[in-house]
Write a new protein. Structure first.
Length: 53
């Protein structure tokens, strides 16, 4: 599910850029995508750890 949400967000960024709605592009936002991906992975691991208890 997290991967799907990430794809929707990236697609939305590309769409907004191609429609001229934003002044920034994916080149400026790629570090945020890495941080977001890391947060998703961390959240999933913490959630699994609490389920095991």
């Amino acid at each position: 599910m997290a991967f799907g949400v990430l794809l929707v967000i990236v697609g939305g960024i590309f769409l907004a850029e191609s429609l001229g709605l934003t002044e920034f592009g994916i080149r400026e936002l790629w570090p945020l995508l890495l941080i977001g991906g890391g947060c998703v992975i961390l959240y999933e691991r913490v959630r699994r750890a609490y389920r095991r208890r």
